[in-house]
Design a protein around this ligand. Structure first.
Ligand SMILES: Nc1ncnc2c1ncn2[C@@H]1O[C@H](COP(=O)(O)OP(=O)(O)OP(=O)(O)O)[C@@H](O)[C@H]1O
Ligand SMILES: [Mg+2]
Length: 496
């Protein structure tokens, strides 16, 4: 379990984090809210428009079918009138004169009737024609199998007998196809009375029979159905396109808002850190003076005592060593704390990173060899110079290497990779320790965060402060083969 040690933070108690920090959950709701409204409103609007379009297409196609039926009925009545005229003049009169009476069972009369009917209707859009006598018997039909059939006329026939032309639509096909308005077959049957004509008079003579004219409207119905489908598919396509465009813009808007909120969050965090640092700095300045001087006296007194005792009393010498070691450590802590609380601005000169590394490693070499660790420095290609504060970078490397040494219980290897990446010099330090637990990876740079018994938790915080003061970036990750890797990117001198 990591140990989170946080010292008393006066800035924190003066200004609680909730007021300066950024609440991500409220941020997400507030950020997305206006877009949620736009999204919901537009989605509903699109659905309503789509439903409206379907309704409109149904009304249009219904009207188209009504008009089609009306026109077809009128057309059939006109044909019936024409047929009446032609049949009376070209068949009834000549046949009556020649045969004395009309009898379609007579083959000659039937053929004459067939000629007259076919020549009259030639070129017109008619499927079948049947002629009924006044006793509801079919005496002539395009379909010869129907000739002689009794009582096939139905209600429409009765209406025609009373002098009224009526039509009826017959549809066949599956239930679904009829429901969708695209039946396999659609036929309009029109029954119209046939009269004897009086020459030179508008008034009709006696009723001769009834004509049944059947028109095949299947193709027209299919055309209307496809038209309706075209409207629906086109509007669905347009709605889909509108929806996708909307989603695209909403997502972009959300991304921009998120980005702004993230920037705000970063600024808030920076501000809060700066506030904390400022008040810590004030406090540290006073305390460190008070601590450092007596600490120096304690250490030098202990060293003096050790010299005087000249190893006569080994037990006392051991105790003096502990005092010297601990006061040195305490001095280091106070120095770290001072550096953290009152970071000085980098005093930059043109430096070679290899020189700083060399200095750090030679300082640490007794400790490294004591523990049996090896260090490998790999330079990948020519390296740029840096405009940096050599002392501060030295401090950075010291902290990173000490962390690496502390992380490796067994003798291990520290690998330093140096390479130029465009305008940047990248330095990565990889150790062969256990690596950093993923759960604390984002906390290792926090001030006073430590998992060590005797750590202050300021090492990496100092590293980050220094690197950021050099306009660079630093982060920690776990190497693929295990072990921690600290990566640092600093701007190369020639790009400054
Ligand atoms: N090389 C590493 N391997 C594994 N964990 C690491 C490594 N470097 C840092 N850490 C983790 O990050 C924490 C913070 O490191 P940091 O250097 O800031 O403080 P510290 O080493 O604990 O204390 P101090 O450096 O002040 O003595 C460490 O306690 C450790 O858990
Ligand atoms: Mg450390």
């Amino acid at each position: 379990m990591p140990r989170f040690r946080r010292r008393r933070d006066s800035s924190r108690s003066a200004r609680p984090r909730a007021s300066t920090g950024f609440d991500r959950s409220s941020l997400s709701r507030d950020t997305v809210k206006p877009f949620e409204l736009v999204k919901n409103f537009t989605s509903v609007a699109l659905v309503v428009i789509f439903a409206g379009t379907i309704l409109l297409s149904m009304i249009i196609t219904h009207r188209a079918r009504t008009v089609l039926l009306q026109k077809s009925e009128d057309y059939a009545k006109l044909l019936a009138n024409n047929l009446n005229h032609q049949v009376f003049h070209k068949f009834v009169l000549p046949t009556a004169l020649q045969f004395g009476r009309i009898q379609l069972s007579n083959e000659l009369q039937y053929e004459r009737m067939d000629r007259v009917v076919r020549s009259t209707l030639h070129g017109f859009n008619v499927d079948t024609v049947s002629l009924y006598d006044t006793h509801n018997v079919i005496s002539y039909s395009f379909d010869e199998s129907l000739v002689g059939k009794k009582g096939a006329g139905g209600l429409e026939y009765d209406q025609a007998l009373k002098g009224r032309s009526t039509s009826r639509l017959y549809q066949s096909g599956s239930f679904l196809s009829i429901l969708m308005g695209a039946p396999e077959k659609s036929r309009l049957k029109t029954f119209a009375p046939l009269y004897a004509e009086k020459p030179m008079e508008k008034v009709s003579g006696r009723l001769l029979g009834v004509a049944e004219i059947t028109q095949d409207l299947s193709e027209d119905y299919r055309t209307i159905f496809w038209f309706q489908l075209l409207i629906v598919v086109t509007s669905a396509g347009i709605m889909g396109l509108l929806f996708l465009t909307l989603r695209f813009y909403v997502q972009r808007g959300e991304a921009i808002l998120w980005q702004r909120a993230e920037e705000r969050l970063k600024l808030e965090e920076q501000l809060s850190r700066a506030e904390r640092l400022a008040s810590l700095g004030e406090m540290a300045a006073g305390v460190s003076h008070e601590i450092r001087n007596p600490l120096g006296i304690i250490r030098s007194t202990a060293e003096l005592l050790k010299k005087r005792s000249k190893d006569q009393d080994p037990a006392a010498t051991r105790l003096l060593d502990v005092i010297i070691e601990e006061s040195t450590r305490l001095n280091g802590i106070v120095t770290d704390f001072l550096n953290f609380a009152r970071p000085s601005a980098p005093r930059t000169t043109s430096i070679r990173i290899q020189d700083v590394l060399g200095k750090t490693l030679s300082f640490l070499s007794p400790r490294l060899s004591e523990k049996g660790h090896k260090v490998r420095v790999n330079e990948h290609g020519p390296l740029p110079a840096l405009e940096a504060d050599e002392n501060q970078l030295y401090q950075c490397f010291l902290n990173i290497f000490i962390n690496a040494v502390q992380a490796m219980d067994e003798p291990g290897t520290i690998t330093v990779d140096l390479f130029r990446d465009g305008d940047v010099l990248e330095i990565s330090v990889t150790d062969t320790g256990a690596g950093v637990d993923e759960a604390i990876l984002n906390k290792v740079f926090d001030p006073f965060f430590t998992t060590k018994e005797r750590g202050t938790g300021l090492g990496l915080c100092l590293v980050r402060n220094i690197v950021e003061a050099h306009s660079g970036r630093v982060w920690v990750e776990n190497a693929p083969v295990g072990g921690a890797r600290v990566r640092m990117r600093l701007p190369a001198e020639d790009t400054l």
